[in-house]
Design a protein around this ligand. Structure first.
Ligand SMILES: [Zn+2]
Length: 341
């Protein structure tokens, strides 16, 4: 898909946003090796690649160094400080998704484009607060872009999670909380740090928490992975961790998956877990709408998850919106300045 707009012309190619006039890719899925530069919004694996030259925040630099081998030229931008680039400026703003996650705001000749990467509006325990800025063009992620994705208050979810852990421990079983090692682990750890529950981190969960601590984030105390000593602890492990092997080494476990998809009743079966709790690093449906209100764009492009559905919702609300990441499912004419093909 090619988007023609003066100054901020971009193409959607191979899952990334390409701005040829800026020599820039936003979260490209492929390796950028030529003279062009990749903006890496955050250090999750689907956003990092072995690019030759990158723009990123300081925390993303440290997290990416811990996860992606090899050397690369790094342009580390502070949040909120415009940097001259190509035909204009690039400013990074916190996205609130995980530590260091950044939105990129490009400005040139009085026009602005905001690219969100992954974001959430709710304040996390271990990430910067999201800072939306009014922009003319908005390219946003829409993972939970259907109306039934409404997350309960965080305090309520954590109370239920703590109750699950206590009940499991009193039954002399080990609670295993399945959450991604980068971001989700640290949120759960900080939430449980406000209780007397003892936490043990599995492999990568511990490595990433070490990087958070090295970046100055205060992390509650936790035990390093030791199956022989797991009894009496809450174990936090990535969803891909070999839980069957874990069961063989620590005895009977009860698993809970921690994800926004927990809103779907089928979630815990899909993860083969005993329970599911909707704590997410992404915005829920009402917060996606609130974000658009705050940015107040004249055009919106949606990406990831329910991109077509959310674009349709926005059009019903009067926005000029269309999906980038799904086949074109427009049911209403765009009117005005339709320029996408
Ligand atoms: Zn992410």
């Amino acid at each position: 898909m090619s988007i023609t707009a003066p100054v901020l012309a971009f193409h959607y190619e191979r899952g990334g946003i390409h701005l040829p006039d800026w020599g820039l890719w936003l979260d490209p899925h492929h390796r950028v090796q030529g003279s062009e530069v990749a903006f890496v919004s955050h250090a999750h694996a689907d956003h990092t690649g072995a690019h030759r030259e990158v723009i990123l925040s300081q925390a993303t630099q440290k997290l990416m160094r811990a996860r992606v081998a090899g050397k690369r030229t790094e342009h580390v931008f502070d949040f909120g400080t415009p940097q001259a680039w190509g035909p204009g400026t690039i400013t990074l703003h916190p996205a609130g998704h995980i530590l260091g996650s950044a939105m990129a705001r490009l400005e040139s000749k009085g026009q602005s484009l905001l690219y969100t990467g992954d974001f959430k509006l709710r304040r996390g325990f271990a990430s910067e607060g999201c800072e939306p800025h009014p922009s003319d063009i908005l390219i946003m992620e829409t993972t939970f872009g259907r109306p039934h994705y409404v997350f309960p208050p965080t305090a309520e979810v954590i109370a239920a999670l703590v109750e699950f852990c206590r009940r499991t421990i009193s039954a002399d079983e080990v609670p295993v909380l399945l959450g991604y090692s980068l971001g989700k682990t640290q949120e759960i750890l900080c939430a449980l740090g406000q209780t007397d529950l003892r936490v043990m981190l599995h492999g990568a969960a511990s490595t990433m928490t070490g990087v958070y601590a090295a970046l100055g984030q205060s992390m509650p105390t936790y035990a390093e992975w030791d199956p022989a000593a797991a009894r009496g602890h809450v174990v936090i492990a990535p969803p891909g961790a070999a839980v069957t092997r874990l069961e063989a080494s620590v005895g009977k476990v009860r698993k809970a998956v921690i994800t926004g998809w927990a809103i779907d009743p089928s979630c815990r079966y899909q993860y083969q877990a005993d329970a599911a709790f909707p704590l997410s690093d992404h915005a829920d449906f009402p917060d996606l709408l609130e974000f658009v209100r705050q940015v107040n764009p004249s055009r919106v492009y949606t990406l990831h998850g329910f991109a077509a559905d959310f674009a349709e919702t926005l059009r019903e609300l009067g926005y000029d919106a269309r999906p980038l990441s799904e086949p074109d499912q427009l049911t209403l004419p765009l009117g005005r300045t339709q320029s996408a093909r």
